[in-house]
Design a protein. Structure first.
Ligand SMILES: NC(=O)c1ccc[n+]([C@@H]2O[C@H](COP(=O)([O-])OP(=O)(O)OC[C@H]3O[C@@H](n4cnc5c(N)ncnc54)[C@H](O)[C@@H]3O)[C@@H](O)[C@H]2O)c1
Length: 267
């Protein structure tokens, strides 16, 4: 999978990871990059920085009509979508009492809609034409929290496991129809989401610059990898989890205790 001459949609493209990926894809020869975000001012800034081959779209990824409207507009001009990068995401912590049941039903519904159901909505809109053509790509930004777990962020960890499961199912179900599916699973990356989280357990291995993450992500897309892991450490943690789940849970509990001792809270 390369981005040269490709028509690309990047959700959550106004900031952080989505912005860095969109800018890199444009630099590497994409034909068009849609910067799709709730944050229209940010999306317009990114699109203006890229120039004529980018356009900002104000949309909510949880709205079928918003996503359909953008896709129709792009197809009117370019005839197809080559890559849908379903990257927008949100996070809530378990604060203030740090239990797994701390968050309200409204928060669970919200994070489910953005971090999971938005991928389902997008797939319904873009996959049929890709499957008919026998060519197209669908990439979900999950997280290392979807492979491992993020201490103190129950709903985030759970929805990122689900997002990874969805991407995996796209690869299994539609790979034979020419669809390249992938899941991006980073650890901490510099963005609005990690502002102020420098001492948290998610940042134990440091916080990667978004530009570096984008370069590593594109390199792994070019290798055709399903599992895109820009942080090398994630590979080892994942193997440890797979090889000895009990020991891995013990290690995570130890890390949680260490965080509470050092910070007074798990993150
Ligand atoms: N930063 C990290 O350490 C990290 C690590 C692993 C995974 N991720 C994931 O990467 C993705 C991008 O996050 P980021 O770190 O760049 O954070 P960010 O907050 O900087 O960017 C997220 C973007 O998504 C947009 N967005 C949120 N809800 C939306 C909605 N309903 N409709 C449209 N746009 C919406 C926001 O406006 C924002 O521009 C997320 O899915 C996040 O969970 C981040």
């Amino acid at each position: 999978m390369d981005v040269k001459d490709k028509v690309i949609i990047m959700t959550g493209g106004a900031n952080g990871i989505g912005r860095a990926l969109a800018e890199l894809f444009a630099k590497e020869g994409a034909k068009f990059v849609a910067i799709a975000d709730l944050d229209m001012a940010g999306a317009e800034t990114v699109a203006a920085g890229i120039g004529t081959k980018a356009k900002a779209y104000k949309l909510d990824v949880t709205s079928t009509s918003d996503v359909q409207g953008m896709v129709d507009d792009i197809i009117d001009t370019y005839g197809k979508i080559d890559l849908y990068f379903s990257n927008a995401g949100i996070m809530f912590t378990d604060a203030p009492d740090w239990n797994v049941y701390s968050q309200s039903d409204a928060q669970w519904q919200k994070i489910w809609q953005v971090n999971v159901h938005a991928h389902v909505i997008a797939s319904r809109i873009v996959l049929p034409a890709m499957i008919e053509r026998g060519d197209g790509a669908f990439i979900v930004t999950a997280s290392a929290a979807g492979l491992l777990s993020q201490i103190g962020d129950t709903a985030y960890s759970v929805t990122k496991h689900a997002a990874l499961g969805f991407a995996e199912t796209v690869a299994i179900t539609h790979g034979d129809s020419g669809i390249y599916a992938a899941a991006l699973c980073p650890q901490a990356v510099e963005s609005n989401m990690t502002k102020g989280a420098e001492g948290s357990s998610a940042s134990v291995d440091g916080i990667m610059k978004a530009d570096e993450l984008a370069r590593r992500t594109l390199a792994q897309m070019r290798e055709g990898r399903f599992m895109i892991r820009p942080h090398e450490t994630v590979e080892g943690y994942f193997q440890l989890k797979a090889n000895n789940y009990e020991r891995w849970i013990g290690g995570m509990r130890k890390m949680r205790r260490g965080q509470i001792d050092a910070l007074g809270s798990p993150i």
